[in-house]
Design a protein around this ligand. Structure first.
Ligand SMILES: Nc1ncnc2c1ncn2[C@@H]1O[C@H](COP(=O)(O)OP(=O)(O)O)[C@@H](O)[C@H]1O
Ligand SMILES: [Mg+2]
Length: 351
C-alpha cells in the first residue's frame, strides 16, 4: 500500500530551482534512500516532507491525509514524522535521558521505563542516562537523537545524512543498527545521503536526485540498471563501452555481450559493473581465448586494485582502455596479457 505520495513537488529559492516537479511514492514499512550530489535538493525535499518548508506547488499525502497542497499545510508537529539531522541537534543542557524523553509526558508513570527501553533499542548503555551531550562521542550522540525521534513513535522517520560526520567503521556499525531498529519497529524511513554505498546497503528503494530533478527511482537493483552515464558512475564504479546493439547482443571492445532484449538497437553505451569482470593472466607465450588485453598499469589499493587494460582492436585506430577493479591477491602485472571474461548481462544505457 502506498504510504507517502509526492506529486509534482516544486520549490525555488529566488532563481535557484531546488526541486523541480518531484513525483515519488513510498510503501509502508519500506526504507528509501535519496541520493545525489551536494546541492541536488535532498535536504529541501526532506524538510518539505517534515513540514519545515512549504512547497511552491505540488502535493504531499501521508497515509491518505494531505499534508501539503491545495493551499493547505499541516504544521510539522502535527505530522507524526521524526527527523534526525546530520549533527543530531541535541539539547546541550539536558541529560541523555531528558533529551530522549523530551517529547514524552513529564509525569507519565512509565516515563523512565520508556527511556530505558529506547536506550536499549539504540544500544546505549544505561549508565549514560545522566550524561550530557558533550560527554558523548559522535556516534553516541546520533543514537540519542534517534532514540529521541523514536520516542514519539513516528509514522515516518527522516534521516538527513545522520552518519556523515562519523568515522567509516563507526558509521557502518551505526547504519546497520539503525536499519535494524527501524525494521524491528516497522517504521517507514527515508535516508538522505551523498554516499551511494550507504544508500544501497540501507535501503530497498533508491531515488537519485540531480539538480532538483528525480532522475531515477526504483528498487536498489537500479544499481545494475542506471538510466544514464552520470547515474551509472554516481552509483558506483562503472565500465562504459561504446557498442552496437542488435538482436539481444552488444558488439563492443569485449566482444559480443548479452543485453536485455528489445530495448534499443544500433549505437549505444553499455555498462558493466567491475564485479562482472574477471581477468585471467595468460601463460607465457600464449594468447587467451576470447577477449583479451594487455595490462597497462596497476594502481595498488590494498584489498582492491585498479587494473588499466589496453585492448587493441583491428577495426579501430585507437585502443580502448578499461579500468577494472580487481579484488584479492591475484593481481596481474603491467605488461601481462590477460583474458577478460564477463559474467551476466551488460546493461544498455537509455541516454
Ligand atoms: N533556505 C535557502 N535559501 C536559499 N537557497 C537555498 C535554501 N535552501 C537550499 N537552497 C539551495 O537549494 C539547492 C538545494 O539545496 P539542498 O536541498 O540543501 O541540497 P542537498 O541537501 O542535496 O545538498 C542548493 O542550490 C541550495 O543552495
Ligand atoms: Mg543536504
Amino acid at each position: 500500500m502506498t504510504f507517502l505520495t509526492l506529486d509534482a513537488i516544486s520549490k525555488s529559492y529566488g532563481p535557484t530551482v531546488a526541486l523541480d516537479a518531484i513525483d515519488m511514492s513510498i510503501e509502508a514499512g519500506g526504507r528509501t534512500a535519496i541520493v545525489g550530489p551536494s546541492g541536488s535538493g535532498k535536504t529541501t525535499l526532506l524538510r518539505i516532507i517534515a513540514g519545515f518548508e512549504t512547497p511552491d506547488s505540488g502535493s504531499l499525502v501521508l497515509d491518505g491525509k494531505t499534508l501539503a497542497g491545495d493551499d493547505l499545510v499541516v504544521p510539522a508537529h502535527r505530522r507524526g514524522i521524526g527527523i534526525v539531522s546530520q549533527d543530531g541537534a541535541l539539547f546541550p543542557h539536558l541529560t541523555v535521558a531528558d533529551n530522549i524523553g523530551f517529547g514524552l509526558a513529564k509525569h507519565a508513570a512509565d516515563r523512565d521505563q520508556r527511556i530505558a527501553a529506547l536506550m536499549e533499542m539504540v544500544e546505549l548503555d544505561g549508565f549514560m542516562a545522566t550524561r550530557r551531550p558533550h560527554q558523548l562521542s559522535g556516534g553516541q550522540q546520533q543514537r540519542v537523537a534517534l532514540a529521541r525521534a523514536l520516542a514519539l513513535k513516528p509514522r515516518l522517520m527522516l534521516l538527513d545524512e545522520p552518519f556523515s560526520a562519523l568515522d567509516t567503521g563507526l558509521r557502518d556499525t551505526l547504519r546497520r543498527s539503525v536499519a535494524r531498529v527501524l525494521r524491528a519497529s516497522g517504521t517507514t524511513a527515508i535516508l538522505v545521503t551523498h554516499d551511494q554505498a550507504e544508500a544501497l546497503s540501507f535501503a530497498d528503494q533508491v531515488a537519485v536526485l540531480r539538480q532538483g530533478r528525480l532522475v531515477q527511482f526504483g528498487p536498489r537493483a537500479l544499481y545494475g540498471k542506471p538510466r544514464d552515464r552520470e547515474t551509472a558512475t554516481f552509483l558506483g564504479e562503472a565500465i562504459l563501452l561504446d557498442a552496437d546493439i542488435a538482436s539481444g547482443r552488444a558488439q563492443c571492445a569485449l566482444g559480443s555481450l548479452v543485453v536485455e532484449a528489445g530495448l534499443k538497437t544500433g549505437q549505444a553505451t553499455v555498462m558493466l559493473r567491475p564485479e562482472q569482470i574477471r581477468l585471467t593472466t595468460a601463460a607465457a607465450g600464449t594468447q587467451p581465448e576470447g577477449p583479451f588485453g594487455r595490462v597497462d598499469d596497476v594502481e595498488f589499493g590494498g584489498g582492491n586494485c585498479m587494473v588499466l587494460v589496453r585492448i587493441d582492436r583491428s577495426d579501430r585506430a585507437m585502443p580502448d582502455f578499461l579500468s577494472i577493479k580487481c579484488v584479492g591477491a591475484d593481481i596481474p602485472e603491467p605488461g601481462d596479457l590477460v583474458g577478460i571474461s564477463v559474467h551476466g548481462m551488460a546493461h544498455v544505457l537509455s541516454d
